[in-house]
Ligand binder design. Structure first.
Ligand SMILES: Cc1cc2nc3c(=O)[nH]c(=O)nc-3n(C[C@H](O)[C@H](O)[C@H](O)COP(=O)(O)OP(=O)(O)OC[C@H]3O[C@@H](n4cnc5c(N)ncnc54)[C@H](O)[C@@H]3O)c2cc1C
Length: 330
Protein backbone atom coordinates (compact mmCIF):
# COMPACT_ATOMS: atom_id res chain seq x y z
CA UNK A 1 0.00 0.00 0.00
CA UNK A 2 1.39 3.45 -0.90
CA UNK A 3 2.25 5.90 1.85
CA UNK A 4 -0.94 7.65 3.04
CA UNK A 5 -1.45 10.87 4.93
CA UNK A 6 -3.20 11.92 8.11
CA UNK A 7 -4.45 9.74 10.93
CA UNK A 8 -7.49 7.50 11.17
CA UNK A 9 -8.81 6.71 14.63
CA UNK A 10 -11.33 3.97 15.32
CA UNK A 11 -13.97 4.96 17.86
CA UNK A 12 -14.99 2.76 20.76
CA UNK A 13 -18.62 2.90 21.89
CA UNK A 14 -21.10 1.00 24.00
CA UNK A 15 -24.90 1.12 24.25
CA UNK A 16 -25.04 3.83 21.59
CA UNK A 17 -22.68 6.12 23.50
CA UNK A 18 -19.17 7.22 22.62
CA UNK A 19 -16.65 5.71 25.06
CA UNK A 20 -14.49 8.31 26.83
CA UNK A 21 -11.33 6.45 25.87
CA UNK A 22 -11.98 7.50 22.25
CA UNK A 23 -11.43 11.14 23.25
CA UNK A 24 -7.93 10.25 24.45
CA UNK A 25 -7.12 8.67 21.10
CA UNK A 26 -8.36 11.82 19.32
CA UNK A 27 -5.85 13.87 21.36
CA UNK A 28 -2.99 11.53 20.38
CA UNK A 29 -4.08 11.61 16.72
CA UNK A 30 -4.29 15.40 16.72
CA UNK A 31 -0.75 15.79 18.06
CA UNK A 32 0.53 13.35 15.43
CA UNK A 33 -1.25 15.20 12.62
CA UNK A 34 0.05 18.55 13.90
CA UNK A 35 3.57 17.11 13.57
CA UNK A 36 3.27 15.33 10.23
CA UNK A 37 0.38 17.02 8.46
CA UNK A 38 -2.93 15.71 7.10
CA UNK A 39 -6.25 15.41 8.87
CA UNK A 40 -7.82 13.38 11.67
CA UNK A 41 -10.56 11.07 10.41
CA UNK A 42 -12.64 9.22 12.99
CA UNK A 43 -14.10 5.86 11.96
CA UNK A 44 -17.29 4.55 13.58
CA UNK A 45 -18.29 0.90 13.12
CA UNK A 46 -21.56 -0.63 14.32
CA UNK A 47 -25.35 -0.62 13.96
CA UNK A 48 -27.52 2.53 14.43
CA UNK A 49 -24.47 4.73 14.87
CA UNK A 50 -26.10 8.17 14.35
CA UNK A 51 -25.69 9.32 17.96
CA UNK A 52 -22.09 8.13 18.21
CA UNK A 53 -21.16 9.73 14.86
CA UNK A 54 -22.73 13.07 15.82
CA UNK A 55 -21.02 13.05 19.23
CA UNK A 56 -17.70 12.37 17.56
CA UNK A 57 -18.26 15.07 14.95
CA UNK A 58 -18.45 17.61 17.78
CA UNK A 59 -15.10 16.63 19.33
CA UNK A 60 -12.25 19.11 19.02
CA UNK A 61 -9.52 17.79 16.73
CA UNK A 62 -11.76 15.59 14.57
CA UNK A 63 -11.80 16.80 10.95
CA UNK A 64 -14.14 14.18 9.50
CA UNK A 65 -16.23 11.23 10.67
CA UNK A 66 -16.73 8.16 8.49
CA UNK A 67 -19.37 5.61 9.41
CA UNK A 68 -19.64 1.93 8.56
CA UNK A 69 -23.13 0.84 9.53
CA UNK A 70 -24.51 -2.66 9.30
CA UNK A 71 -27.17 -4.32 11.47
CA UNK A 72 -24.91 -7.36 11.72
CA UNK A 73 -22.34 -5.18 13.52
CA UNK A 74 -24.59 -4.59 16.54
CA UNK A 75 -22.28 -6.77 18.64
CA UNK A 76 -18.50 -6.73 18.51
CA UNK A 77 -16.79 -9.25 16.29
CA UNK A 78 -12.98 -9.17 15.88
CA UNK A 79 -12.92 -10.50 12.30
CA UNK A 80 -15.80 -8.24 11.17
CA UNK A 81 -14.18 -5.14 12.73
CA UNK A 82 -10.94 -6.16 11.00
CA UNK A 83 -12.63 -6.19 7.60
CA UNK A 84 -14.46 -2.94 8.35
CA UNK A 85 -11.24 -1.16 9.42
CA UNK A 86 -9.41 -2.41 6.31
CA UNK A 87 -12.31 -1.15 4.18
CA UNK A 88 -12.04 2.28 5.84
CA UNK A 89 -8.24 2.38 5.42
CA UNK A 90 -8.61 1.60 1.70
CA UNK A 91 -10.99 4.53 1.25
CA UNK A 92 -9.38 7.08 3.61
CA UNK A 93 -5.69 6.28 2.93
CA UNK A 94 -4.17 7.30 6.30
CA UNK A 95 -0.47 7.17 7.25
CA UNK A 96 -1.43 5.80 10.68
CA UNK A 97 -4.40 4.15 12.40
CA UNK A 98 -4.87 4.58 16.15
CA UNK A 99 -7.36 2.62 18.24
CA UNK A 100 -7.97 2.44 21.98
CA UNK A 101 -5.95 -0.36 23.60
CA UNK A 102 -9.09 -1.92 25.02
CA UNK A 103 -10.09 -5.57 24.79
CA UNK A 104 -11.65 -4.98 21.38
CA UNK A 105 -8.91 -2.66 20.05
CA UNK A 106 -6.30 -5.22 21.03
CA UNK A 107 -8.33 -7.81 19.16
CA UNK A 108 -8.95 -6.24 15.77
CA UNK A 109 -6.02 -3.86 15.15
CA UNK A 110 -3.21 -6.48 15.18
CA UNK A 111 -5.39 -8.53 12.77
CA UNK A 112 -5.64 -5.48 10.50
CA UNK A 113 -1.83 -5.13 10.56
CA UNK A 114 -1.37 -8.84 9.80
CA UNK A 115 -3.80 -8.77 6.88
CA UNK A 116 -2.22 -5.63 5.42
CA UNK A 117 1.29 -6.97 6.15
CA UNK A 118 2.17 -3.73 7.90
CA UNK A 119 3.66 -2.72 11.25
CA UNK A 120 1.88 -2.73 14.59
CA UNK A 121 2.72 -1.32 18.03
CA UNK A 122 0.47 -2.29 20.95
CA UNK A 123 -0.10 -0.48 24.24
CA UNK A 124 1.55 2.80 23.21
CA UNK A 125 1.49 5.79 25.55
CA UNK A 126 2.63 8.33 22.95
CA UNK A 127 2.89 8.70 19.19
CA UNK A 128 5.20 11.14 17.47
CA UNK A 129 6.70 11.89 14.08
CA UNK A 130 10.46 11.63 13.61
CA UNK A 131 11.87 12.48 10.17
CA UNK A 132 8.49 11.87 8.60
CA UNK A 133 8.04 8.43 10.19
CA UNK A 134 5.55 7.47 12.88
CA UNK A 135 7.18 6.50 16.19
CA UNK A 136 5.18 4.87 18.99
CA UNK A 137 6.45 4.87 22.57
CA UNK A 138 5.42 1.82 24.58
CA UNK A 139 6.27 0.80 28.12
CA UNK A 140 7.74 -2.63 28.72
CA UNK A 141 8.77 -4.75 31.73
CA UNK A 142 5.97 -3.39 33.93
CA UNK A 143 6.60 0.19 32.72
CA UNK A 144 10.23 0.17 33.89
CA UNK A 145 11.46 0.68 30.31
CA UNK A 146 10.07 2.86 27.50
CA UNK A 147 10.66 1.55 23.98
CA UNK A 148 10.41 3.65 20.81
CA UNK A 149 8.94 1.66 17.92
CA UNK A 150 9.73 3.29 14.57
CA UNK A 151 7.65 2.31 11.55
CA UNK A 152 9.66 1.84 8.38
CA UNK A 153 8.41 1.45 4.81
CA UNK A 154 5.27 2.75 3.15
CA UNK A 155 2.67 0.68 4.98
CA UNK A 156 0.11 2.24 7.28
CA UNK A 157 1.32 2.32 10.93
CA UNK A 158 -1.19 0.68 13.29
CA UNK A 159 -1.07 1.53 16.99
CA UNK A 160 -3.27 0.76 20.01
CA UNK A 161 -3.08 3.47 22.67
CA UNK A 162 -3.01 2.58 26.35
CA UNK A 163 -6.14 4.00 28.04
CA UNK A 164 -5.32 6.96 30.26
CA UNK A 165 -2.19 7.92 28.37
CA UNK A 166 -3.54 11.16 26.82
CA UNK A 167 -5.88 13.90 27.98
CA UNK A 168 -9.42 13.68 26.63
CA UNK A 169 -10.28 15.93 23.70
CA UNK A 170 -13.09 18.32 24.51
CA UNK A 171 -16.40 18.80 22.79
CA UNK A 172 -16.76 21.97 20.71
CA UNK A 173 -19.84 23.74 19.42
CA UNK A 174 -18.80 22.89 15.86
CA UNK A 175 -19.53 19.79 13.87
CA UNK A 176 -17.21 17.94 11.48
CA UNK A 177 -18.54 16.40 8.28
CA UNK A 178 -20.04 12.91 8.62
CA UNK A 179 -20.16 10.51 5.66
CA UNK A 180 -21.11 6.88 5.26
CA UNK A 181 -18.72 4.36 3.73
CA UNK A 182 -19.60 1.04 2.16
CA UNK A 183 -17.35 -1.84 3.09
CA UNK A 184 -17.76 -5.54 2.49
CA UNK A 185 -18.51 -7.68 5.55
CA UNK A 186 -19.02 -11.35 4.72
CA UNK A 187 -20.84 -13.97 6.79
CA UNK A 188 -17.46 -15.61 7.35
CA UNK A 189 -16.39 -12.43 9.18
CA UNK A 190 -19.25 -12.95 11.62
CA UNK A 191 -18.52 -16.47 12.80
CA UNK A 192 -17.13 -15.07 16.09
CA UNK A 193 -19.36 -12.52 17.83
CA UNK A 194 -18.86 -11.29 21.42
CA UNK A 195 -21.81 -11.93 23.76
CA UNK A 196 -22.21 -9.54 26.69
CA UNK A 197 -21.79 -11.30 30.07
CA UNK A 198 -25.10 -12.30 31.63
CA UNK A 199 -26.37 -10.86 34.88
CA UNK A 200 -23.60 -8.31 35.44
CA UNK A 201 -23.31 -4.75 34.27
CA UNK A 202 -20.23 -4.39 32.09
CA UNK A 203 -17.36 -3.34 34.34
CA UNK A 204 -15.39 -2.03 31.40
CA UNK A 205 -18.19 0.37 30.60
CA UNK A 206 -18.56 1.54 34.18
CA UNK A 207 -14.79 2.01 34.50
CA UNK A 208 -14.43 3.90 31.23
CA UNK A 209 -14.26 7.56 32.21
CA UNK A 210 -15.15 6.90 35.88
CA UNK A 211 -14.05 9.81 38.08
CA UNK A 212 -13.97 7.66 41.23
CA UNK A 213 -13.18 3.98 41.58
CA UNK A 214 -13.17 1.78 44.69
CA UNK A 215 -11.22 -1.44 44.17
CA UNK A 216 -10.98 -4.52 46.34
CA UNK A 217 -8.18 -7.06 46.63
CA UNK A 218 -7.41 -10.36 48.26
CA UNK A 219 -7.30 -8.65 51.66
CA UNK A 220 -11.11 -8.95 51.65
CA UNK A 221 -10.61 -12.63 52.39
CA UNK A 222 -13.89 -13.92 50.96
CA UNK A 223 -16.29 -13.15 48.13
CA UNK A 224 -19.17 -11.98 50.35
CA UNK A 225 -17.00 -9.25 51.82
CA UNK A 226 -16.88 -7.50 48.45
CA UNK A 227 -20.21 -5.93 49.49
CA UNK A 228 -18.08 -3.57 51.65
CA UNK A 229 -16.45 -2.27 48.46
CA UNK A 230 -19.85 -1.87 46.81
CA UNK A 231 -21.19 0.02 49.83
CA UNK A 232 -18.25 2.43 49.93
CA UNK A 233 -18.50 2.90 46.15
CA UNK A 234 -22.19 3.64 46.42
CA UNK A 235 -21.57 6.34 49.05
CA UNK A 236 -19.00 7.95 46.76
CA UNK A 237 -20.96 7.41 43.56
CA UNK A 238 -17.95 5.45 42.33
CA UNK A 239 -17.42 2.45 40.04
CA UNK A 240 -16.13 -0.80 41.55
CA UNK A 241 -13.08 -2.76 40.45
CA UNK A 242 -10.90 -5.64 41.59
CA UNK A 243 -7.45 -7.17 41.39
CA UNK A 244 -6.74 -10.16 39.20
CA UNK A 245 -6.93 -12.84 41.93
CA UNK A 246 -10.55 -11.82 42.56
CA UNK A 247 -11.37 -12.06 38.85
CA UNK A 248 -9.52 -15.38 38.55
CA UNK A 249 -11.44 -16.76 41.52
CA UNK A 250 -14.72 -15.74 39.88
CA UNK A 251 -15.58 -13.30 42.69
CA UNK A 252 -15.83 -10.50 40.13
CA UNK A 253 -16.27 -10.46 36.34
CA UNK A 254 -13.05 -10.15 34.39
CA UNK A 255 -14.27 -6.79 33.10
CA UNK A 256 -13.80 -5.39 36.65
CA UNK A 257 -10.11 -6.30 36.68
CA UNK A 258 -7.58 -3.47 36.72
CA UNK A 259 -3.97 -3.88 35.67
CA UNK A 260 -1.60 -5.21 33.06
CA UNK A 261 -4.02 -7.87 31.88
CA UNK A 262 -7.14 -5.89 32.72
CA UNK A 263 -8.37 -2.33 32.33
CA UNK A 264 -6.16 0.72 32.60
CA UNK A 265 -8.01 3.58 34.23
CA UNK A 266 -7.47 7.29 34.85
CA UNK A 267 -9.92 8.38 37.57
CA UNK A 268 -9.51 11.42 39.81
CA UNK A 269 -9.72 9.15 42.86
CA UNK A 270 -8.75 5.46 43.19
CA UNK A 271 -9.31 3.78 46.55
CA UNK A 272 -7.38 0.51 46.86
CA UNK A 273 -8.74 -1.68 49.65
CA UNK A 274 -6.77 -4.75 50.74
CA UNK A 275 -4.56 -4.51 47.64
CA UNK A 276 -0.80 -5.13 48.01
CA UNK A 277 0.24 -3.04 44.98
CA UNK A 278 1.89 -5.61 42.70
CA UNK A 279 3.48 -3.97 39.66
CA UNK A 280 0.98 -5.73 37.38
CA UNK A 281 -1.84 -3.96 39.23
CA UNK A 282 -0.09 -0.59 39.48
CA UNK A 283 0.35 -0.22 35.70
CA UNK A 284 -3.43 -0.01 35.48
CA UNK A 285 -3.75 2.90 37.94
CA UNK A 286 -0.66 4.98 37.28
CA UNK A 287 -2.76 7.69 35.61
CA UNK A 288 -5.07 8.17 38.61
CA UNK A 289 -4.86 11.68 40.09
CA UNK A 290 -5.12 10.49 43.71
CA UNK A 291 -4.64 7.01 45.11
CA UNK A 292 -5.86 6.20 48.61
CA UNK A 293 -4.60 2.86 49.98
CA UNK A 294 -6.12 0.97 52.89
CA UNK A 295 -3.89 -1.89 54.01
CA UNK A 296 -2.88 -3.34 57.37
CA UNK A 297 0.71 -3.98 56.24
CA UNK A 298 2.76 -0.75 56.53
CA UNK A 299 5.31 -2.24 54.11
CA UNK A 300 2.76 -2.99 51.34
CA UNK A 301 4.15 -1.62 48.00
CA UNK A 302 0.88 0.21 47.33
CA UNK A 303 1.92 2.81 49.94
CA UNK A 304 4.89 3.78 47.75
CA UNK A 305 2.60 5.26 45.11
CA UNK A 306 -0.40 6.19 47.28
CA UNK A 307 -1.22 9.88 47.72
CA UNK A 308 -2.82 8.99 51.08
CA UNK A 309 -2.32 5.79 53.04
CA UNK A 310 -4.42 4.36 55.84
CA UNK A 311 -2.61 1.60 57.75
CA UNK A 312 -5.28 -0.50 59.39
CA UNK A 313 -7.71 -3.37 59.18
CA UNK A 314 -10.05 -2.77 56.27
CA UNK A 315 -12.92 -4.30 58.21
CA UNK A 316 -12.61 -1.43 60.69
CA UNK A 317 -11.51 1.35 58.33
CA UNK A 318 -14.08 0.87 55.55
CA UNK A 319 -17.20 0.74 57.79
CA UNK A 320 -15.88 3.82 59.62
CA UNK A 321 -15.42 5.63 56.30
CA UNK A 322 -18.92 4.68 55.18
CA UNK A 323 -20.34 5.96 58.48
CA UNK A 324 -18.45 9.26 58.13
CA UNK A 325 -19.65 9.74 54.57
CA UNK A 326 -23.25 9.07 55.61
CA UNK A 327 -22.89 11.50 58.51
CA UNK A 328 -21.52 14.21 56.19
CA UNK A 329 -24.43 13.68 53.77
CA UNK A 330 -27.11 13.84 56.43
C1 LIG B 1 1.58 -11.89 33.80
C2 LIG B 1 0.81 -11.40 34.97
C3 LIG B 1 -0.19 -10.49 34.77
C4 LIG B 1 -0.93 -10.01 35.86
N1 LIG B 1 -1.92 -9.09 35.64
C5 LIG B 1 -2.55 -8.56 36.70
C6 LIG B 1 -3.54 -7.56 36.53
O1 LIG B 1 -3.88 -7.15 35.42
N2 LIG B 1 -4.14 -7.05 37.62
C7 LIG B 1 -3.82 -7.45 38.90
O2 LIG B 1 -4.42 -6.92 39.88
N3 LIG B 1 -2.91 -8.41 39.09
C8 LIG B 1 -2.28 -8.99 38.04
N4 LIG B 1 -1.37 -9.97 38.25
C9 LIG B 1 -1.24 -10.52 39.61
C10 LIG B 1 -0.34 -9.67 40.51
O3 LIG B 1 1.01 -10.08 40.35
C11 LIG B 1 -0.72 -9.83 42.01
O4 LIG B 1 -0.67 -11.20 42.34
C12 LIG B 1 -2.11 -9.30 42.35
O5 LIG B 1 -2.27 -7.99 41.87
C13 LIG B 1 -2.29 -9.30 43.86
O6 LIG B 1 -3.61 -9.01 44.16
P1 LIG B 1 -4.02 -8.47 45.58
O7 LIG B 1 -3.31 -7.19 45.86
O8 LIG B 1 -5.52 -8.48 45.63
O9 LIG B 1 -3.55 -9.64 46.57
P2 LIG B 1 -2.33 -9.74 47.54
O10 LIG B 1 -1.05 -9.46 46.87
O11 LIG B 1 -2.47 -11.05 48.24
O12 LIG B 1 -2.54 -8.56 48.61
C14 LIG B 1 -3.54 -8.54 49.58
C15 LIG B 1 -3.24 -7.35 50.48
O13 LIG B 1 -4.29 -7.23 51.43
C16 LIG B 1 -3.74 -6.83 52.67
N5 LIG B 1 -4.68 -7.25 53.71
C17 LIG B 1 -4.99 -8.52 54.09
N6 LIG B 1 -5.95 -8.50 55.04
C18 LIG B 1 -6.23 -7.18 55.28
C19 LIG B 1 -7.11 -6.50 56.14
N7 LIG B 1 -7.94 -7.18 56.97
N8 LIG B 1 -7.12 -5.17 56.13
C20 LIG B 1 -6.29 -4.45 55.32
N9 LIG B 1 -5.43 -5.05 54.46
C21 LIG B 1 -5.41 -6.39 54.44
C22 LIG B 1 -2.40 -7.54 52.75
O14 LIG B 1 -1.53 -6.84 53.63
C23 LIG B 1 -1.94 -7.50 51.29
O15 LIG B 1 -1.10 -6.37 51.07
C24 LIG B 1 -0.63 -10.47 37.19
C25 LIG B 1 0.40 -11.38 37.36
C26 LIG B 1 1.11 -11.84 36.29
C27 LIG B 1 2.22 -12.81 36.53
Amino acid sequence: MAQGSGVLIIAEHADGKLAQVTLEVVTAARSLVDAMGGTVTAGVIGAAMDGVAQALAGVAGVDEVVVVEDNRLGRFSGPAWTSAVIGIIEQVGPAAVLAPGTTSGRDYLPRVAARLKTGHAGDAVEVSCVEGKVVATRPMLGSRVQVAVAFEGDGVATVTMRPGSSARAETTGESAQVRTLNVTITDDDLTVVAEPPEGVASGAQALDGAERIVAGGRGLGEQDKFSLIEELASELNAAVAATRPLADAGWRPHSDQIGQTGAQVSPKLYIAVGISGAVQHLVGIQNADYIVAINRDPDAPIFKIASFGIIGDLFEVVPALIQELQAVKS
